[in-house]
Design a protein around this ligand. Sequence first.
Ligand code: ZN
Length: 140
Amino acid sequence: MKSKIIISEQEKQLIPAAFNMLKYSYSPYSNFKVGAALLSSTEKIFGGCNIEFFWGGGATVCAERTAIFKAVSEGEKSFSAICIVGGKNGDVQDFCSPCGICRQVLSEFCKPDFKIILASSLTDFKVFTLSDLLPESFSL
Ligand code: ZN
């Protein structure tokens, strides 16, 4: 699938980095593993995986937010792109789109043209901007 939004070579590196994060997913309840890789404006890549808890959704954290929280807790607050991959048992068959909470969290730190790369393989991906996936977002 070809995307209309061009990504740089550096942003393309997020795809294998996101796949690499699948092995860290802690998802014993859903067995749905998600990996994310986030590129900061200082050109560092922060990985993330989903982390589930048996008693429900309140404490479960998605891969995208894990990556954002890791980066922010290390002083990064500006980002250019994220790649997200996911699948049952870590077998990525389709595109894995960020949930509403993650979209809102991304909007806290990322500009409307922030790139969200959804990959179903190392070579098959599509690219959205944050404003594509969170139009008319809430802000103060
Ligand atoms: Zn999420």
